[in-house]
Design a protein around this ligand. Structure first.
Ligand code: 13P
Ligand code: SF4
Length: 327
C-alpha cells in the first residue's frame, strides 16, 4: 500500500485499518527484527508500550541510547522533541515517531523568533536550554541539559558567568536555588507539572503521614518546597527502589508508576492529584502514542522526523556538549 505523505502530516499518523485479529506485540517484535529497528520509550508512555520497548528511560538516557544505537531505524515512543533529538544525533538513520502531533507544551512555550530577540538583548550570557525544546531553540543554545544533569552542567560554568536558562522557569528557579546562581529565566512551563495542587497533596499527606513526597523539578516552587526528594524520572525511580519508605506520593506524570511498581512490588505509589477533577496527571501528548500507531509506523516507516540543515548541525553542538559533560 502506498502512503499519502500529505495525509500522514495532516492526521499525524498512518491512518489505516489494522486487522483486529493481529497480535500487535508479536508483529512489532517481528518488524523490529526484520528492519533492524530499535524501539526507545519514555517512562510516560502507556504500560503496554513500556513493556515492549528495547529501552525505557528519561530524556538523558534516551538521548544517550540514541547516540550509541547501531539500528537502522529508531522508533521513538515519546514526544516530538525527543525524536528530533535522536535525528539530530543520527542524520543518516531513519527516525520514526508513532504520532507527529505528540508535541510538548514546554517546547511550544519558547518560539524561536521571540527567543532569538531575547538572546540578542543579553549578548554576554551563555544559553543553557532544557532538552524539552525544539531543534530551532537548540540551534540557538550553547549547552543542552536535562533534569538529570542540569545542576552539574550549570556548575561546570564559572560562578560569575551570566546565563540564560530556557524554556522551563520552574526547573530554572530550582537550579538557581540549588546552585545560588541568578540565571535569567525564560517564562515557559510544562502543562502537566504546573497543575499539581498543593492543597490536595497536603491533604493526601494528612491521610498518608508515612508517605514520602517525591517530585519532578518541572513542578512549581511551593510543591518542591514540601518534597522529600526531587529528581528526574530516572532519579525518582531509583530513589523509590533504594529508599526505605513503604509509601510515596508521586508528583509527576503517572506513566512512571509502572516501573516503580515493577521495581518495588511491595511498596505503595500514590499519584499526586492535579488542580482539576482528575485523580492523577497524564501528559496528553505522550498518551497520543498507541501500540497500533507503533505497529503502523514500523510497517510503513512513517511518520518520519526530518531536521533540515543547517539547523541540525547547529543543534548538534550543544547536544554533544551535554553528552560529553554527562559521561
Ligand atoms: P525527564 O524524563 O528527563 O525526567 O523529563 C520529564 C519530562 O517531562 C519529559 O517530557
Ligand atoms: Fe512536555 Fe510536560 Fe508532556 Fe513532558 S510532560 S512532554 S514536558 S508537556
Amino acid at each position: 500500500m502506498l502512503i499519502d505523505l500529505d495525509e500522514v502530516k495532516k492526521t499525524g499518523f498512518v491512518d489505516t485499518e489494522v486487522d483486529p485479529s493481529l497480535d500487535l506485540e508479536n508483529e512489532i517484535q517481528r518488524l523490529k527484527k526484520e528492519k533492524n529497528a530499535v524501539l526507545l520509550a519514555h517512562y510516560y508512555q502507556e504500560n503496554e508500550i513500556q513493556d515492549i520497548a528495547d529501552y525505557i528511560g528519561d530524556s538523558l538516557g534516551l538521548a544517550q541510547e540514541a547516540q550509541k544505537t547501531e539500528a537502522d531505524i529508531i522508533l521513538f515512543a515519546g514526544v516530538h522533541f525527543m525524536a528530533e533529538t535522536a535525528k539530530i544525533l543520527n542524520p543518516n538513520k531513519k527516525v520514526l515517531i508513532p504520532d507527529l502531533k505528540a508535541g510538548c507544551s514546554l517546547a511550544d512555550s519558547c518560539p524561536p523568533e521571540a527567543f532569538a530577540l531575547f538572546k540578542a538583548k543579553h549578548p554576554d550570557h551563555i544559553v543553557i536550554s532544557y532538552i524539552n525544546c525544539t531543534a530551532d531553540i537548540k540551534a540557538l543554545t550553547d549547552i543542552i541539559c536535562t533534569s538529570s544533569n542540569a545542576v552539574r552542567i550549570v556548575e561546570s560554568l564559572p560562578k560569575d558567568q551570566p546565563i540564560i536558562f530556557a524554556p522551563d522557569k520552574n526547573l530554572g528557579a530550582y537550579i538557581n536555588k540549588k546552585t545560588g546562581r541568578n540565571m535569567l529565566l525564560w517564562n515557559g512551563a510544562c502543562m502537566v507539572h504546573e497543575i499539581f495542587s498543593l492543597e490536595k497533596i497536603t491533604k493526601l499527606k494528612v491521610h498518608h503521614p508515612e508517605a514520602k513526597i517525591i517530585a519532578h523539578p518541572e513542578c512549581e516552587g511551593p510543591i518542591l518546597d514540601i518534597a522529600d526528594f526531587i529528581g528526574s524520572t530516572t532519579a525518582l525511580l531509583n530513589y523509590t527502589a533504594t529508599d526505605s519508605a513503604k509509601e510515596y506520593i508521586v508528583v509527576t506524570e503517572t506513566g512512571i508508576l509502572h516501573q516503580m511498581q515493577k521495581k518495588s512490588p511491595h511498596k505503595t505509589f500514590i499519584p499526586a492529584p492535579p488542580n482539576n477533577n482528575c485523580a492523577c496527571n497524564d501528559c496528553p501528548h505522550m498518551k497520543l502514542n498507541t501500540l497500533e500507531k507503533i505497529y503502523l509506523a514500523l510497517k510503513y516507516e512513517q511518520p518520519e522526523i526530518d531536521v533540515p540543515e543547517p539547523v541540525r548541525s547547529q543543534a548538534l553542538k550543544p547536544l554533544l556538549r551535554m553528552l560529553e559533560l554527562s559521561k
